[in-house]
Design a protein around this ligand. Sequence first.
Ligand code: MN
Length: 235
Amino acid sequence: MAYVIPAPSIASVPVKGAAAGDHFPVHRIYCVGRNYVEHAIEMGHTGREPPFFFLKPADAVLPAVEGKTATMRYPSLTQSLHHEVELVVAIGKGGKDIPAARAMEHVWGYAVGLDMTRRDLQNEAKKQGRPWCIGKGFEQSAPIGAIVPAGQAKVGPDTLIELKVNGTVRQTSRIGKLIWSIPEVIEHLSAAWELAPGDLIYTGTPEGVAAVVPGDLLSARIEGVGTLDVKLADR
Ligand code: MN
């Protein structure tokens, strides 16, 4: 068998720690919407709603190893590119209908990620009742730091998640403020889709989302997981 056109390469993310030098292959990117109360409120919503999900293409990852700054192109069609710092869960073992109590057996590792969003296009899609793809699923829309194997990461309720832009704190919260915890997210997600090794889950962003402009430096950090530095290229 031969492919009739050049086969696409497999998107991947570098791994940190003992497996340094190795890469984690990306199958799908799932994202959780409105998973911190204060962010739900700033987006015009209140209260606990069932978790909901959207996807980005696997090759939307923009990997950045620690200590090196990745460069992101400012995407087309938008005047309002927003940052959303998020804890990313990397799935190592697939499954369907995974109960929350067994969910952590499926987690291979963690990373710090950015769910970059063309907010103006997403808002227009919401208004029109259209899909979010154009606002969420564009190239380089998923910057991500090195993945830390679960056994080497320290993620708990008090874990700090933070984003600075040009040195100024824009978003800061604790992982314990997730409305739907990691096991609950995996339970809900695997009821709707069959999870596979290589899936990434962007678990949602805390409050403080705002626009960035060409030339800005985004520095994301999750205690016990790592850092991620992304520079927005000049247009
Ligand atoms: Mn998000």
